[in-house]
Design a protein around this ligand. Sequence first.
Ligand SMILES: [Fe+2]
Ligand SMILES: [Fe+2]
Length: 330
Amino acid sequence: MTSGSDSNVIVTRVSRDLFILRYNDLFTKYFEALWEIPEGVTYNSYLLLSDNATVLFDTWKRGLETRFLDALSSIIDIRDLNYVVIHHMEPDHSGSIKALYERNRNITFIGHPMVNRMISSFYGVVPRFKAVKDGEVLTMGSYELKFIHVPWLHWPETIVSYVTQINALLTCDVFGAYTIPKSVALDHMPSDYAASMRKYFVNIIGFYRDNVIKNLDKILNAVGNKISMILPSHGAVIEGDAVNEAINLYREFTLKTPIDRRVVLVYSSMYRFIDHIMSYVNDTLRNWGFDVLTSSPALKGCGRFPRPAFIGSSGWVHGVAPGQHRGAFL
Ligand SMILES: [Fe+2]
Ligand SMILES: [Fe+2]
Protein backbone atom coordinates (compact mmCIF):
# COMPACT_ATOMS: atom_id res chain seq x y z
CA MET A 1 0.00 0.00 0.00
CA THR A 2 1.08 3.60 -0.41
CA SER A 3 0.65 6.08 2.39
CA GLY A 4 -1.82 8.96 2.17
CA SER A 5 -1.63 11.16 -0.91
CA ASP A 6 2.18 11.07 -1.25
CA SER A 7 2.91 8.69 -4.12
CA ASN A 8 6.60 8.65 -3.17
CA VAL A 9 5.81 6.91 0.10
CA ILE A 10 5.31 3.15 0.31
CA VAL A 11 4.25 1.48 3.53
CA THR A 12 3.61 -2.24 3.31
CA ARG A 13 4.15 -5.55 5.05
CA VAL A 14 7.22 -7.62 4.14
CA SER A 15 6.44 -10.45 6.56
CA ARG A 16 3.70 -11.08 9.12
CA ASP A 17 4.93 -8.57 11.72
CA LEU A 18 7.48 -6.60 9.73
CA PHE A 19 6.70 -3.49 7.67
CA ILE A 20 8.78 -1.45 5.28
CA LEU A 21 8.43 2.34 5.20
CA ARG A 22 10.03 3.47 1.95
CA TYR A 23 10.52 6.94 0.51
CA ASN A 24 11.26 7.19 -3.22
CA ASP A 25 13.61 10.14 -3.59
CA LEU A 26 13.42 11.33 -7.20
CA PHE A 27 14.62 14.81 -6.30
CA THR A 28 18.20 14.41 -5.07
CA LYS A 29 20.44 14.72 -8.11
CA TYR A 30 23.74 14.28 -6.26
CA PHE A 31 23.83 11.77 -3.42
CA GLU A 32 26.03 13.10 -0.60
CA ALA A 33 26.15 16.26 -2.80
CA LEU A 34 28.63 14.33 -4.93
CA TRP A 35 27.45 11.14 -6.65
CA GLU A 36 25.24 11.72 -9.67
CA ILE A 37 22.07 9.62 -9.33
CA PRO A 38 19.60 10.28 -12.15
CA GLU A 39 18.08 6.89 -11.25
CA GLY A 40 16.97 8.12 -7.80
CA VAL A 41 17.33 6.43 -4.44
CA THR A 42 15.06 5.12 -1.70
CA TYR A 43 15.33 5.43 2.07
CA ASN A 44 13.92 2.33 3.77
CA SER A 45 12.98 2.05 7.39
CA TYR A 46 11.47 -1.11 8.93
CA LEU A 47 9.02 -1.62 11.76
CA LEU A 48 8.67 -4.85 13.76
CA LEU A 49 5.47 -5.28 15.72
CA SER A 50 5.75 -7.87 18.44
CA ASP A 51 3.90 -8.63 21.66
CA ASN A 52 4.68 -5.81 24.07
CA ALA A 53 7.49 -4.45 21.93
CA THR A 54 7.47 -2.21 18.88
CA VAL A 55 10.85 -1.79 17.21
CA LEU A 56 11.77 0.62 14.42
CA PHE A 57 14.97 0.11 12.42
CA ASP A 58 16.44 3.37 11.09
CA THR A 59 14.52 6.38 9.76
CA TRP A 60 14.62 8.55 6.61
CA LYS A 61 16.82 11.35 5.40
CA ARG A 62 17.02 14.59 7.31
CA GLY A 63 14.41 16.95 5.82
CA LEU A 64 11.78 14.20 5.46
CA GLU A 65 10.83 14.12 9.15
CA THR A 66 7.18 15.15 8.70
CA ARG A 67 6.60 12.64 5.91
CA PHE A 68 8.33 9.97 7.98
CA LEU A 69 6.20 10.58 11.06
CA ASP A 70 3.06 10.54 8.87
CA ALA A 71 4.07 7.21 7.33
CA LEU A 72 4.84 5.71 10.74
CA SER A 73 1.56 7.01 12.14
CA SER A 74 -0.30 5.13 9.41
CA ILE A 75 0.76 1.89 11.19
CA ILE A 76 1.11 2.74 14.88
CA ASP A 77 0.55 5.48 17.40
CA ILE A 78 4.08 6.90 17.79
CA ARG A 79 3.49 7.07 21.56
CA ASP A 80 3.52 3.24 21.47
CA LEU A 81 6.95 2.98 19.85
CA ASN A 82 9.38 1.35 22.30
CA TYR A 83 12.73 1.01 20.52
CA VAL A 84 14.57 2.54 17.58
CA VAL A 85 17.61 0.64 16.31
CA ILE A 86 20.21 2.92 14.74
CA HIS A 87 22.35 0.83 12.41
CA HIS A 88 24.32 3.82 11.16
CA MET A 89 24.32 7.51 12.05
CA GLU A 90 24.63 9.02 8.58
CA PRO A 91 21.71 11.46 8.31
CA ASP A 92 20.06 9.70 5.35
CA HIS A 93 19.06 7.14 8.02
CA SER A 94 19.21 8.99 11.33
CA GLY A 95 17.48 12.16 10.06
CA SER A 96 14.22 11.66 11.96
CA ILE A 97 15.69 10.76 15.37
CA LYS A 98 15.04 14.18 16.88
CA ALA A 99 11.49 14.35 15.54
CA LEU A 100 10.74 10.89 16.95
CA TYR A 101 12.22 11.80 20.32
CA GLU A 102 10.15 14.98 20.46
CA ARG A 103 6.99 12.94 19.84
CA ASN A 104 7.87 10.18 22.32
CA ARG A 105 10.50 10.73 25.04
CA ASN A 106 10.14 7.15 26.27
CA ILE A 107 11.75 5.62 23.17
CA THR A 108 14.95 3.71 23.87
CA PHE A 109 17.45 4.13 21.04
CA ILE A 110 19.69 1.13 20.43
CA GLY A 111 23.05 1.17 18.70
CA HIS A 112 26.80 0.81 18.77
CA PRO A 113 28.36 2.38 21.91
CA MET A 114 29.63 5.29 19.77
CA VAL A 115 26.11 6.24 18.72
CA ASN A 116 25.04 7.74 22.05
CA ARG A 117 27.38 10.72 21.77
CA MET A 118 26.77 11.01 18.04
CA ILE A 119 23.02 11.49 18.61
CA SER A 120 23.62 14.38 20.97
CA SER A 121 26.28 15.99 18.80
CA PHE A 122 24.27 15.62 15.56
CA TYR A 123 20.82 16.48 16.90
CA GLY A 124 21.27 18.17 20.29
CA VAL A 125 19.08 15.69 22.18
CA VAL A 126 19.93 13.09 24.82
CA PRO A 127 17.38 10.29 24.61
CA ARG A 128 17.36 6.98 26.47
CA PHE A 129 20.05 4.82 24.94
CA LYS A 130 21.02 1.16 25.07
CA ALA A 131 24.49 0.34 23.72
CA VAL A 132 24.72 -3.16 22.27
CA LYS A 133 27.84 -5.30 22.33
CA ASP A 134 28.99 -7.23 19.29
CA GLY A 135 26.86 -10.43 19.15
CA GLU A 136 24.46 -9.27 21.86
CA VAL A 137 20.95 -10.69 21.72
CA LEU A 138 17.87 -8.84 22.97
CA THR A 139 14.42 -10.36 23.27
CA MET A 140 11.64 -8.15 21.93
CA GLY A 141 8.31 -9.80 22.66
CA SER A 142 8.20 -13.00 20.62
CA TYR A 143 11.26 -12.06 18.55
CA GLU A 144 14.96 -12.29 19.28
CA LEU A 145 17.25 -9.66 17.80
CA LYS A 146 20.97 -10.26 17.39
CA PHE A 147 23.26 -7.26 16.80
CA ILE A 148 26.53 -7.63 14.93
CA HIS A 149 29.17 -4.90 14.75
CA VAL A 150 30.46 -4.39 11.20
CA PRO A 151 32.97 -1.53 11.60
CA TRP A 152 33.74 0.54 8.51
CA LEU A 153 30.85 -0.75 6.46
CA HIS A 154 30.96 2.08 5.93
CA TRP A 155 31.28 4.09 9.15
CA PRO A 156 32.94 2.95 12.39
CA GLU A 157 29.67 2.71 14.35
CA THR A 158 27.85 0.52 11.81
CA ILE A 159 25.93 -2.52 13.04
CA VAL A 160 23.48 -4.93 11.41
CA SER A 161 20.53 -6.70 13.07
CA TYR A 162 19.23 -10.23 12.65
CA VAL A 163 15.70 -11.31 13.53
CA THR A 164 16.21 -14.95 14.42
CA GLN A 165 12.65 -16.24 14.07
CA ILE A 166 12.32 -15.09 10.45
CA ASN A 167 16.01 -15.22 9.45
CA ALA A 168 15.85 -11.58 8.42
CA LEU A 169 19.04 -9.53 8.20
CA LEU A 170 18.67 -5.74 8.39
CA THR A 171 21.77 -4.22 6.86
CA CYS A 172 21.24 -0.47 6.34
CA ASP A 173 23.73 0.66 3.64
CA VAL A 174 25.18 -2.81 3.08
CA PHE A 175 23.48 -4.47 0.06
CA GLY A 176 21.96 -1.10 -0.86
CA ALA A 177 21.38 0.03 -4.45
CA TYR A 178 20.86 3.28 -6.31
CA THR A 179 17.50 2.76 -7.92
CA ILE A 180 13.82 3.09 -7.26
CA PRO A 181 12.71 -0.51 -7.69
CA LYS A 182 9.23 -1.10 -9.10
CA SER A 183 8.62 -3.83 -6.55
CA VAL A 184 9.37 -3.73 -2.84
CA ALA A 185 11.08 -7.15 -2.88
CA LEU A 186 13.15 -9.15 -5.37
CA ASP A 187 13.44 -12.94 -5.32
CA HIS A 188 15.92 -13.09 -8.17
CA MET A 189 18.65 -10.71 -9.23
CA PRO A 190 18.09 -9.09 -12.64
CA SER A 191 21.24 -7.74 -14.27
CA ASP A 192 20.03 -4.12 -14.08
CA TYR A 193 19.53 -4.46 -10.33
CA ALA A 194 22.99 -6.02 -9.94
CA ALA A 195 24.36 -2.98 -11.81
CA SER A 196 22.53 -0.65 -9.39
CA MET A 197 24.07 -2.50 -6.43
CA ARG A 198 27.46 -2.31 -8.08
CA LYS A 199 27.27 1.45 -8.60
CA TYR A 200 26.19 1.92 -4.98
CA PHE A 201 28.98 -0.33 -3.74
CA VAL A 202 31.61 1.49 -5.79
CA ASN A 203 30.41 4.92 -4.62
CA ILE A 204 29.76 4.22 -0.94
CA ILE A 205 31.21 0.94 0.30
CA GLY A 206 34.08 0.30 -2.10
CA PHE A 207 36.56 2.64 -0.44
CA TYR A 208 36.39 0.34 2.62
CA ARG A 209 36.46 -2.91 0.65
CA ASP A 210 39.17 -4.45 2.84
CA ASN A 211 36.51 -4.69 5.55
CA VAL A 212 33.80 -6.21 3.38
CA ILE A 213 34.76 -9.89 3.17
CA LYS A 214 35.72 -10.19 6.83
CA ASN A 215 32.52 -8.52 7.96
CA LEU A 216 30.45 -10.57 5.50
CA ASP A 217 31.96 -13.79 6.86
CA LYS A 218 31.48 -12.53 10.39
CA ILE A 219 27.77 -11.94 9.71
CA LEU A 220 27.30 -15.35 8.04
CA ASN A 221 28.96 -17.09 11.01
CA ALA A 222 26.92 -15.13 13.51
CA VAL A 223 23.63 -16.12 11.86
CA GLY A 224 24.61 -19.71 11.01
CA ASN A 225 24.35 -18.98 7.28
CA LYS A 226 20.58 -18.75 7.65
CA ILE A 227 19.35 -15.69 5.80
CA SER A 228 15.93 -15.76 4.17
CA MET A 229 15.65 -12.04 3.64
CA ILE A 230 18.05 -9.08 3.44
CA LEU A 231 16.47 -5.73 4.29
CA PRO A 232 18.72 -2.84 3.21
CA SER A 233 17.98 0.85 3.65
CA HIS A 234 18.35 1.71 -0.05
CA GLY A 235 16.69 -0.27 -2.85
CA ALA A 236 14.71 -3.51 -2.72
CA VAL A 237 14.21 -6.16 -0.05
CA ILE A 238 16.21 -9.18 -1.22
CA GLU A 239 14.75 -12.64 -0.68
CA GLY A 240 14.72 -16.19 -2.06
CA ASP A 241 17.47 -17.01 -4.55
CA ALA A 242 18.48 -13.35 -4.67
CA VAL A 243 19.97 -13.61 -1.14
CA ASN A 244 22.89 -15.79 -2.22
CA GLU A 245 23.20 -13.89 -5.48
CA ALA A 246 23.58 -10.63 -3.53
CA ILE A 247 26.18 -12.14 -1.18
CA ASN A 248 28.15 -13.51 -4.14
CA LEU A 249 27.95 -10.12 -5.86
CA TYR A 250 29.46 -8.47 -2.78
CA ARG A 251 32.34 -10.93 -2.89
CA GLU A 252 32.83 -10.18 -6.60
CA PHE A 253 32.74 -6.43 -6.03
CA THR A 254 35.24 -6.70 -3.21
CA LEU A 255 37.64 -8.88 -5.15
CA LYS A 256 37.26 -6.49 -8.10
CA THR A 257 36.34 -9.41 -10.36
CA PRO A 258 36.19 -7.94 -13.89
CA ILE A 259 32.68 -8.13 -15.33
CA ASP A 260 33.73 -7.47 -18.89
CA ARG A 261 36.74 -6.31 -20.86
CA ARG A 262 35.99 -2.62 -20.60
CA VAL A 263 38.44 0.06 -19.55
CA VAL A 264 37.79 3.76 -19.02
CA LEU A 265 40.36 6.33 -20.13
CA VAL A 266 39.91 9.53 -18.17
CA TYR A 267 41.84 12.47 -19.52
CA SER A 268 41.91 15.95 -20.87
CA SER A 269 44.67 17.74 -22.67
CA MET A 270 45.67 21.39 -22.74
CA TYR A 271 48.00 21.26 -25.74
CA ARG A 272 47.49 17.76 -27.26
CA PHE A 273 50.49 16.11 -25.53
CA ILE A 274 48.21 13.97 -23.39
CA ASP A 275 45.94 13.31 -26.38
CA HIS A 276 48.91 11.76 -28.10
CA ILE A 277 49.83 9.54 -25.15
CA MET A 278 46.26 8.44 -24.48
CA SER A 279 45.67 7.72 -28.12
CA TYR A 280 48.59 5.25 -27.93
CA VAL A 281 47.11 3.71 -24.72
CA ASN A 282 43.70 3.50 -26.41
CA ASP A 283 45.08 1.70 -29.50
CA THR A 284 47.13 -0.71 -27.40
CA LEU A 285 44.19 -1.65 -25.19
CA ARG A 286 41.93 -2.15 -28.22
CA ASN A 287 44.56 -4.39 -29.79
CA TRP A 288 44.56 -6.41 -26.59
CA GLY A 289 40.78 -6.88 -27.00
CA PHE A 290 39.47 -4.32 -24.51
CA ASP A 291 36.40 -2.22 -25.12
CA VAL A 292 37.70 1.27 -24.35
CA LEU A 293 35.51 4.12 -23.14
CA THR A 294 36.80 7.65 -22.77
CA SER A 295 35.66 10.19 -20.24
CA SER A 296 36.56 13.72 -19.26
CA PRO A 297 35.49 14.32 -15.67
CA ALA A 298 33.94 17.72 -15.17
CA LEU A 299 34.16 19.52 -11.88
CA LYS A 300 30.53 18.72 -11.08
CA GLY A 301 29.58 15.54 -9.27
CA CYS A 302 29.90 12.17 -10.94
CA GLY A 303 29.84 8.49 -10.02
CA ARG A 304 33.01 6.56 -9.35
CA PHE A 305 34.14 4.56 -12.33
CA PRO A 306 32.75 1.05 -11.96
CA ARG A 307 35.58 -0.53 -13.97
CA PRO A 308 39.35 -0.16 -14.39
CA ALA A 309 40.42 3.35 -15.33
CA PHE A 310 43.54 5.00 -16.71
CA ILE A 311 43.97 8.63 -15.78
CA GLY A 312 45.78 11.11 -18.02
CA SER A 313 46.37 14.76 -17.21
CA SER A 314 48.29 17.77 -18.31
CA GLY A 315 50.63 19.23 -15.71
CA TRP A 316 48.84 22.11 -14.01
CA VAL A 317 50.19 24.43 -11.28
CA HIS A 318 52.69 21.87 -9.90
CA GLY A 319 50.14 19.06 -10.04
CA VAL A 320 47.49 17.43 -12.16
CA ALA A 321 44.60 19.37 -13.72
CA PRO A 322 41.64 19.78 -11.29
CA GLY A 323 39.24 17.56 -13.25
CA GLN A 324 41.78 14.74 -13.47
CA HIS A 325 42.74 15.12 -9.81
CA ARG A 326 39.11 14.55 -9.03
CA GLY A 327 38.97 11.64 -11.47
CA ALA A 328 42.00 10.02 -9.81
CA PHE A 329 40.40 10.37 -6.39
CA LEU A 330 37.13 8.85 -7.62
FE1 LIG B 1 25.96 5.68 4.91
FE1 LIG C 1 22.66 5.34 3.30
